[in-house]
Design a protein around this ligand. Structure first.
Ligand code: AKB
Length: 319
């Protein structure tokens, strides 16, 4: 039986990963750890919750000992646009946080999941069918922490035998928790506007094509990778994975099929546009498919339908 610690548990990925892990491995075996933010009562009531500082090795070690943790999903990080606003803080949280957790994993023999990103690529990377192994010269601080993170995870695997594994997530679309501070956040915000019958002003320009994925696929990918037999993994840190690739206008058209009255205009944010322009349009995820059987379930149509249905319920519950 796995005993799991999830850092960044109250964030966009963590708030959906924790309940799935608790269903699968048992509530008491999954410790959710967040930084200050007070989570929903439902989240605390469903299993152990602890407040941590991701760069404080002693307190994380103490948690790992207390709960006899053997696997860490290390999700605590600043997203791309937030990281550009405060690069020093982003380095501290994303890099020093990862190194701290890798050290804890080394001393306590834990496996570790690290979420890399399309942000690990840069303007000189081939943008179409971006290969698994290719040029990685990102020009954002976020991207630099993601490439360095991939390399550090590989280093800890080779030097200290830490079972570190990771994926390069595309933009993630979800209805439970807003992302906050990312470049792909438009693809989440647009649904909130649509279900509230409000117009949406998109901060990326028409034609900006990026890889995307619906959260249930992302959660399944993380768990399947961590469950995979170590002997079949070659590209551990980190695998390209994608589910769909679209532009804001294509997402708008897909939502309009469901909600014909919805309207969208563009008000481009130069910071986030520049970040998006440096990222791939569509990654080649054949290594993940071949090595551990990665297969997405949702495409743009099925994701759009499900998002609208689920978000309508969420929005009507809070109003
Ligand atoms: C962001 O936009 O910063 C993230 C990512 C693609 O890594 N969603």
């Amino acid at each position: 039986m796995k005993r799991i610690l999830v850092t960044g548990a109250t964030g966009q990925i963590g708030s959906e990963l924790v309940p799935v892990l608790r269903d699968k491995y048992g509530s008491d075996n999954v410790v959710a750890a967040g930084h200050r933010r007070k989570p929903e009562d439902e989240f605390i009531d469903s299993g152990p919750y602890e407040t941590i500082e991701t760069t404080d090795a002693e307190s994380i070690s103490a948690l790992v000992k207390k709960y006899r943790i053997d696997t860490i999903y290390h999700l605590a990080a600043l997203l791309s646009a937030k990281a550009e606003e405060n690069p020093q803080l982003a380095w501290h949280i994303n890099m020093n946080g990862l190194q701290t957790v890798l050290e804890v994993a080394r001393h306590h023999h834990c496996a570790l999941f690290f979420p890399s990103s399309i942000g690990a690529f840069g303007p000189s990377t081939p943008p179409d069918n971006t290969p698994q192994v290719t040029l990685q010269r990102p020009n954002t601080l976020y991207g630099i922490t993601k490439v360095a993170g991939e390399l550090l995870c590989d280093y800890y695997f080779k030097k200290y035998d830490v079972d570190a594994r990771g994926v390069r997530f595309p933009g993630l679309i979800s209805y439970k928790t807003l992302p906050g501070g990312g470049t792909t956040d438009y693809a989440v915000e647009i649904f909130y506007a649509a279900v509230k019958n409000e117009p949406y002003r998109c901060f990326l320009k028409e034609g900006t094509r990026l890889d995307m994925m619906y959260m249930p696929d992302a959660i399944r990918a993380a768990i399947e990778l961590m469950e995979a037999d170590a002997r079949i993994l070659t590209h551990r840190n980190a695998y390209n994975i994608t589910a769909m690739s679209f532009t804001p206008d294509q997402l708008y058209a897909s939502i309009k099929k469901e909600l014909p009255g919805f309207s969208m205009t563009y008000e481009v944010d130069p910071l986030r546009q520049a970040i998006a322009d440096s990222w791939p349009h569509k990654m080649d995820d054949s290594a993940a498919r071949a090595e551990w059987g990665w297969q997405p379930e949702y495409d743009i149509e099925s994701m759009t339908k499900d998002m609208i249905e689920k978000l309508r319920k969420e929005v009507s519950n809070v109003t």
